[in-house]
Design a protein around this ligand. Structure first.
Ligand code: MRU
Length: 350
């Protein structure tokens, strides 16, 4: 058994404010940003101080509570109307990760269904944000455990390739795809992680590698374009990625570059797994075509750090996510077990 620390919590509620690990500064600097206004939370989500679908959901839930505290009325109707405005502010931050919308709508529903005074509703909202956070942590542990049962049985010690960051930093803690990797490591079934650097924001190189190093998990960072070569060389036994939104048929939006990984995995007969909580499944969308894809500032493409790397006069395109068709996915690992994409509908009523 390998020991792991895994105590990475990107969102912490403390002394009436939210503490966020500033993920834009890792791995060179570990710093914490204090958030006490809903507007600042919206900005933190937009600028990716906090990022990763489940972590964004948790942060937005606390953002709703901070917004509720800012509302100065004891009239329930006025309060709910103003809370809707807070919801809109937070919803406008990032369009693809459905956990954001899921968490905000759970907070709103809680407020509407609570019949108490405004003060009592506020207290229930804090409790709901804390529940969302705690549930996500437990969900990640369950995903980690369920993932173990679908990993290839041979070789015993696997080399797993992953993309972006899906660890403690991207969730309430522990992680989804990286949660499965952590569980594999703990149970002696992991030899090494290959972490795609994940252009343009480098979540793999900066965050996944950092998390692995914290837990002494052997990690090799590769550039995104090297994945196919590594597979061809027989260096990869399985690929596990996270998800930002999964449509009802299993089509999966995740960090840009995931789709090409899935295609290349198929080419080399390497199993390709998606690990995500049920809160990432959007049963309202029949397939991936309707998933909104965030386009981010082209500066992320033409500049690395402070250095401009492209000539003036070039054009740029910067979609932050792509959609992997369900047929390329071996299984979707959730807290309720692992499912073939075509069986996702079994989860609808759970
Ligand atoms: O743009 P990001 O860093 O928020 O994108 C994150 C991803 O694409 C993750 O793979 C996904 O959110 C799953 S995190 C458990």
């Amino acid at each position: 058994m390998n020991a792991i620390k895994s105590e990475i919590y990107p969102v912490i509620w403390k002394n009436d404010q939210v503490l966020l690990i500033d993920q834009t500064r890792l791995p060179n600097e570990y710093s914490v940003v204090e958030i006490s206004r809903s507007l600042d939370m919206a900005q933190a989500i937009k600028t990716m101080i906090v990022r990763g679908a489940p972590a964004i959901g948790v942060a937005a839930a606390y953002g709703m509570y901070l917004g509720a505290l800012e509302i100065e009325t004891d009239q329930r109707k006025d309060f709910l109307q103003k809370l809707e405005e807070v919801a809109q502010l937070l919803q406008q931050t990032r369009p693809t990760a459905v956990n954001l919308f899921w968490a905000i709508s759970r907070m709103l529903k809680t407020a509407y269904e609570s019949l108490g005074t405004v003060e009592e509703i506020k207290a229930i909202l804090l409790k709901t944000a804390q529940d969302i956070q705690q549930e996500d942590l437990e969900t990640c542990y369950a995903i980690g455990k369920n993932g173990l049962s679908v990993l290839p049985s041979e070789p015993h010690q696997l080399r797993i390739l992953t993309h972006c960051n899906t660890g403690g930093l991207a969730t309430a803690g522990y992680g989804t795809a990286l949660g499965v990797i952590r569980s594999a490591w703990q149970s002696g079934r992991l030899l090494r992680v290959y972490a795609d650097e994940t252009r343009p924001r480098l979540q793999g190189a900066k965050l996944t590698a950092w998390e692995c190093v914290q837990d002494n998990i052997p990690v090799t960072v590769i550039s995104d374009g090297m994945a196919a070569h590594c597979m061809k060389q027989g260096m990869v036994d399985a690929v596990i990625v996270g998800a930002d939104r999964i449509a009802a048929n299993g089509d999966t939006a995740n960090k840009i570059g995931t789709y090409s990984l899935a295609v290349v995995s198929k080419m080399h007969s390497i199993p390709f797994f998606v690990a995500a909580p049920l809160s990432t499944i959007d049963f309202e969308l029949p397939n991936g075509e309707q998933i909104p894809i965030e386009e981010r500032d082209p500066v992320e493409i033409y500049q690395v750090g402070k250095t401009v790397i492209c000539p003036e006069g070039a054009d740029f395109y910067n979609p932050a996510f792509d959609v992997t068709p369900a047929e390329l996915i071996t299984a979707i690992i959730t807290e309720k077990g692992a499912f073939k994409p075509s069986d996702l509908s079994l989860l609808m009523s759970r």
